[in-house]
Ligand binder design. Structure first.
Ligand SMILES: *Cc1c(COP(=O)(O)O)cnc(C)c1O
Length: 395
């Protein structure tokens, strides 16, 4: 199959269907097996000591590499136009390995204010506390802010565009330029767009991170993460660090990601269509104050969105014209939308990510305690709109 692998490399549909699958290695089964082994054996002791664990056909120990894991890594590297990818046991394992491997004692990190909460907690409670690092948070919509934030101590700039509660964007190409002028690396959380709708490595970003627990898995039945880069040396270093920190994904989860990737493109297209219909419905509803969705023309960064994304997916937020108690009632009145965190699966979900935050923190993040986040699943736009209509009707 290797001769066709290079032909597949540019086409996301062929990548998810066939790329990096060497059927002859597993009895021509159309779906690769779950390699459920912790170790591999060798014919001679020298063969063991002389092997190159970065070689595509060499496996030694399950904390280092696994054939099922490797197939998914090759697919995601190809989808992201990277040289290599590394799978992790969670999105957080991927992010923390990237931070620990690009920063050192005394490093400064410039991070988006609206970045995923636990990432900020890790920076504040681990990197600052245990490694003497500093963190500078930026709102992220003006490049001047990055110019001012970056110092000669900055080793990493952390982006999440769009962010996943208020859907703010960063000018990715602009931030990359500033970072590289100062010798800092950039990492972006690309979970919302997936590689189908945004290719940050082509815009110069050093590392792309995803939680596989969302769209890449797509069925709400696994936790996983991934890093990818065009820089092969950097990725080999990440693989070495993964081996030491110990955060490789398990083979079952990797196999579930493989299953999820098969339908990634058709799923995100459907999520996109549904979320846009829901966002437009909410935007025209008299009880709704504001809708946050980058696919809406009213999004303040819609023009920037079109220069760096080719689509949006199923997540959006809105605020009602009313009290926090009324917002809670809307969420409690929903029936198809279940109440829960996470997103990216087949099911629609609602949550209130800022409900327990104080007013000062809410202002800092740019939205109130009453903000409602929806994940539009695959149950059909008409059904979801009817569910929202009835929940809003009751307040
Ligand atoms: C869920 C999430 C993560 C964390 O991923 P885990 O797999 O749960 O560790 C990171 N970033 C974003 C935007 C997320 O939504």
């Amino acid at each position: 199959m290797t001769q066709s692998n290079s032909e597949y490399k540019k086409d996301s549909k062929l990548i998810t269907a066939h790329y990096a699958e060497n059927y002859e290695h597993y009895y021509n089964a159309i779906v690769p097996p779950i390699f459920m082994n912790s170790l591999n054996v060798f014919e001679h002791i020298d063969a063991y000591y002389d092997c190159d664990t970065k070689d595509i056909n060499t496996y030694v120990y399950g904390r280092v590499q696994n054939p099922t894991v490797r197939i998914v890594e090759e697919k995601i590297a190809a989808l992201e136009h990277g040289a290599k990818a590394a799978l992790f046991a969670s999105g957080m394992a991927a992010t923390t390995t990237a931070i620990l491997s690009t920063c050192k004692m005394g490093s400064n990190v410039v991070c988006l204010r609206n970045a995923y909460g636990p990432v900020k907690t890790f920076l504040d409670n681990y990197c600052v506390k245990h490694m003497g690092m500093t963190v500078t948070y930026v709102k992220g919509d003006l490049l001047e802010e990055y110019e001012q934030a970056v110092t000669d101590k900055t080793d990493l700039i952390m982006l999440e565009s769009p962010s996943s509660v208020v859907f703010s964007l960063q000018d990715i190409r602009g931030v990359v330029k500033i970072a590289h002028q100062h010798g800092a690396k950039t990492i972006i959380d690309n979970t919302f767009c997936t590689p189908i709708y945004q290719q940050p490595l082509d815009m110069g970003v050093d590392l792309v991170m995803h939680t596989l627990s969302k769209y890449m898995g797509g069925h709400s039945d696994l936790i996983g993460g991934v890093l990818a880069s065009k820089d092969e040396d950097l990725m080999n270093y990440m693989l070495d660090q993964r081996e030491l920190i110990g955060g490789i994904i398990g083979p079952v989860e990797a196999w579930l990601v493989l299953r999820g990737l098969r339908s990634l493109e058709v799923r995100v297209a459907q999520h996109n269509q549904t979320a846009l219909k829901v966002a437009k419905y909410l935007e025209n509803h008299p009880k709704v104050k504001r809708v946050y969705y980058p696919g809406l023309k009213s999004h303040p960064q819609y023009e920037l969105m079109k220069t760096q994304q080719t689509g949006n997916t199923g997540l959006l937020s809105f605020e009602i014209n009313g009290t926090v108690e009324q917002a809670k009632a809307v969420v409690n009145n929903l029936s198809i939308f279940k109440i829960g965190v996470s997103w990216g699966g087949f099911e629609s979900l609602a949550c209130m990510p800022q409900l327990r935050l104080d007013e000062k923190t809410c202002n800092w993040l740019g939205a109130g305690q009453g903000i409602i986040r929806l994940h539009c699943g695959l149950e059909g736009a008409e059904n979801l709109i009817a569910d929202l209509a009835s929940a809003l009707e009751k307040i």
